[in-house]
Ligand binder design. Structure first.
Ligand code: NAD
Length: 364
């Protein structure tokens, strides 16, 4: 069976980290005979430069035909002066919306080897394993009306709309409850229902759904408290579910608990198991072209792709073990380097993961 994967390197460090993830995908494809065939496309600034559109129609067509999509990251100051609809980030929002990739799964797992790389004390983060389920195609990032207008008094006013329909809350709630069922059965829903009506409805709907999942212990937190609890005692959480903007912010906070945003993969899923897989971080223009970016978040995103969209959990675990063994060997990119470890660049890190995969295959 052929499995088609569309590769969208994106901008800045995007192509550097995706090159390493593709090396890993090709190695695991051979090892497990997965039948993966790669196609390439353009998204973000790279697409804007070539096609005048950050999300060209042929990219959307290829994405719809693919079984899964691997994305680097988009954006950068090169394109900041473009109007909003042409900005690389608009291309990313468009592909997420067009493919209805509504469920963004962002695991934050603390590798024991990296306990000293976290900005928090090792005892607070050791053994951390939480999952943030973020609604990805609704909320304030998509709500209309939006814009910047001039008021009668001549002053400019920026405005956005925060809204969620009940059906949107139910479909992300279902993913969150079902994910909690196969983990530690604890779900925390994050809202701001003391201030925002849209999240009063969010809380009501999630609470109603709890009746269908009696084994899941449901709790609720306001987003400000959730942010505080994430840095105070992150291990109290198992699964968190929240809207688009709160999830964006909380998942970056969770990322830092694990040592570096360069370690965090993500999956953005549709209703049918298709998905787009990308690191949680952006295109890091500050380090682009230097060969120092950490490719592990993107490599771990390949593992999520194999597990969630390509039906090969064994090959996913094999990649995760290979990453762990590379960390055991003390290899570190700059963002996760601590005393006594060996600094490597992006390509060497990718090569090391491939070498571990090959070593593991040779033992079988
Ligand atoms: P960023 O995540 O790109 O970078 C934040 C910091 O983390 C930087 O210091 C960067 O060097 C570091 N960093 C990020 N990834 C790293 C990696 N793999 N290895 C080592 N260090 C890493 O966030 P930003 O600077 O706010 O945004 C830069 C651009 O990326 C912006 O144009 C933004 O809109 C875009 N962005 C894109 C996505 C996406 O494509 N999904 C997500 C977030 C931001």
């Amino acid at each position: 069976m052929t499995r088609r994967v569309l590769v969208l390197p994106g901008d800045n460090i995007g192509s550097e980290i995706v090159t390493e993830a593709v090396k890993v995908l090709e190695a695991i494809n051979l090892q497990f005979d997965l039948g993966v065939k790669l196609d390439y496309g353009l998204l973000g600034g790279a697409a804007l430069n070539v096609a005048g559109n950050p999300c060209p129609q042929d990219t959307l067509d290829s994405a719809r035909d693919a079984d899964a999509i691997l994305l680097g990251a988009v954006g950068g100051p090169q394109w900041d002066h473009f109007e909003r609809r042409l900005r690389p980030e608009s291309g990313l929002l468009r592909i997420r919306a067009e493919l209805q990739l509504f469920a963004n799964l962002r695991p934050a797992i603390m590798y024991p080897q990296l306990a000293n790389a976290s900005s928090l004390k090792p005892e607070i983060v050791a053994g951390l394993d939480i999952l943030i389920v973020r609604e990805l195609v609704g909320g304030i990032y998509f709500g209309e009306p939006r814009g910047i207008r001039t008021l009668e008094n001549g002053e400019r006013e920026g405005y956005n709309t925060y809204k969620y329909a009940e059906s949107e809350i139910r479909r992300i709630g279902k993913v969150a409850f079902e994910t909690a069922m196969v983990r530690d059965k604890r779900l925390c829903s994050v809202d701001k229902s003391n201030v925002l009506e849209a999240t009063i409805l969010w809380k009501e709907v999630i609470s109603e759904m709890a009746a269908d999942y009696p084994d899941v212990e449901l709790s609720h937190l306001y987003v400000d408290n959730a942010a505080m609890q994430l840095v105070r005692e992150p291990k109290q959480f198992d699964v968190l579910v929240t809207g688009n903007m709160f999830g964006d912010i909380l998942s970056d906070t969770a990322a830092m608990l694990t040592g570096s945003i360069g370690m965090l993969p993500s999956a953005s899923l549709d209703q049918f198991g298709g998905g787009m897989y990308e690191p949680c971080h952006g295109s890091a223009p500050d380090i682009a072209g230097q060969g120092v970016a950490n490719p592990l978040a993107t490599i771990l995103s390949v593992a999520m792709m194999l597990r969630y969209s390509l039906g090969s959990p064994d090959s996913a675990s094999t990649i995760e073990h290979a990453v762990s063994r590379v960390l055991d060997r003390g290899l570190r990119t700059a963002d996760i380097q601590t005393a006594g470890t060996t600094r490597v660049g992006t390509a060497k890190m990718g090569d090391a993961v491939v070498a571990e995969l090959q070593a593991a295959a040779a033992l079988v």
